[in-house]
Design a protein around this ligand. Structure first.
Ligand SMILES: Cc1cc2nc3c(=O)[nH]c(=O)nc-3n(C[C@H](O)[C@H](O)[C@H](O)COP(=O)(O)OP(=O)(O)OC[C@H]3O[C@@H](n4cnc5c(N)ncnc54)[C@H](O)[C@@H]3O)c2cc1C
Length: 361
């Protein structure tokens, strides 16, 4: 890449909650380059609300340039790396002094914010005109989508098919049971312990059969099964031994990739022993920014901050006002956890952390 403005270059790969925050935090202390396949940051957990209410997307889709006023953006994906350079799909070799891998989950969304807004409008039209909706996958994505549709379009027949024995398995069984009762009370039909194989479906399909032989009729369907991790591009390169069987990048207590001194991995992509959440990814970003600043200033290794994995805390929203929360010692459902997340989905908070007006568009 052409000449550097400062002596130390930090390349951040991935513009999700972790990568965006660290790029923003370091942009005035280093020559920061953010590599992301899209021109904008998207609050990932707001995507479902955006499909149900497209106007919501205006605050949750933020062009990277809005908060990266002093960093460079490369709109591409990283495909390989050497000990000094990153190679992108559009053929660029970008040198780095420090590298931050924040590639959580790969996205297949449009390049520009305008196209993404249009995509949400189309999804909304499709949903509005359907009388019945099938959701495949009963993790947080499927449950939140079912909750959004049941709240905004109560007349639609929503069927949720989940291969597990209980919904949202990453939270406790009490919270799962409460989620099940809430959805069924809103007339969502929940089919547990059965699967629909997504690979064999086409977008116009309206008749489906589960592995247990249950027939489902639906005017439209949504795939909410889990996404793979964004580490396949590392599997053949110099870090191939640092990717575990789950596809996570193994890190030490300073969130550096095991055995390296200048490569960090933060957010959902790393193997810290905790539930993978956006607010945790942001904590990784803050700690890593502090450590990189220290190293840039020539600070001692022994002064690097160590990361302590967080205890489980998760909120799964159920429509506009309610939610189920898994807190360290108990679970809660209803309006109180709903007040924490469901109305705004932490969009104002996320915007503020990027230095933007929480209410602005
Ligand atoms: C339905 C749902 C609800 C959720 N609710 C909450 C919640 O209420 N609170 C909360 O804290 N968390 C929540 N989460 C979890 C949260 O979304 C994730 O933990 C968070 O997005 C992780 O951030 P990240 O930056 O590590 O990765 P990601 O958000 O996955 O971002 C990764 C970025 O890297 C880019 N990328 C991938 N591969 C490459 C590559 N090779 N080169 C360049 N760029 C690449 C992607 O395009 C993307 O921009 C929820 C998740 C879901 C699915």
């Amino acid at each position: 890449m052409e000449g550097s403005r400062r002596s130390t270059r930090v390349v951040v790969i991935g513009g999700g909650p972790a990568g965006s925050l660290i790029a923003r935090t370091l942009q005035f202390v280093a020559d920061v380059v953010l590599i992301d396949p899209k021109e904008y940051f998207e609050v990932p957990w707001a995507a479902l609300r955006c499909a149900v209410e497209p106007k919501f997307a205006e605050r949750s889709l933020i062009n990277h340039k809005e908060y990266l006023t002093n960093a460079r953006l490369v709109t591409s994906t990283a495909v390989d790396l050497t000990e000094r350079e990153i190679i992108t799909a559009n053929g660029r070799w970008i040198s780095y002094d420090y590298l931050v891998i924040a590639t959580g989950h790969p996205t297949s969304v449009p390049l520009t914010r305008t196209e993404r807004l249009k995509q949400f409008k189309e999804a909304h039209e499709q949903m509005k005109s359907a009388n019945s909706v099938l959701i495949i996958g009963g993790g947080p994505t499927g449950v939140e989508l079912a909750g959004e549709i049941a709240s905004d379009f109560p007349a639609k027949q929503v069927t949720l098919v989940h291969k597990g024995l209980r919904l949202v398995e990453f939270i406790g069984s009490k919270a799962s049971a409460k989620t099940f009762s809430w959805l069924t009370s809103k007339n969502v039909k929940v089919l547990l312990n059965q699967e629909i194989t997504v690979d064999q479906l086409n977008s116009k399909q309206t008749e489906f059969v589960t592995t247990e032989g249950t027939k489902v009729q639906a005017d439209c369907w949504f795939n909410c099964t889990g996404k793979e991790l964004g580490s396949s591009w590392l599997r053949e390169g110099i870090l191939k031994d640092r990717v575990n069987k789950q596809g996570q990048v193994m890190v030490d207590e300073h969130l550096r990739v095991l055995g390296t001194k200048t490569i960090f991995a933060i957010g959902d992509i790393n193997d810290t022993a905790e539930s993978k959440q956006g607010y945790i990814a942001q904590k990784h970003a803050i700690l890593t920014a502090k450590n990189i600043k220290l190293l840039i200033k020539g600070g001692k290794e022994s002064h690097l901050s160590s990361y302590k994995p967080a205890s489980t805390m998760a909120i799964v929203s159920l429509g506009r006002k309610e939610a189920v929360a898994q807190l360290p010692f108990f679970t809660a459902i209803g309006h109180i956890p709903g007040m924490l997340k469901s109305k705004d989905l932490f969009i104002g908070k996320t915007r503020r952390e990027l230095g933007l007006d929480p209410d602005g568009i």
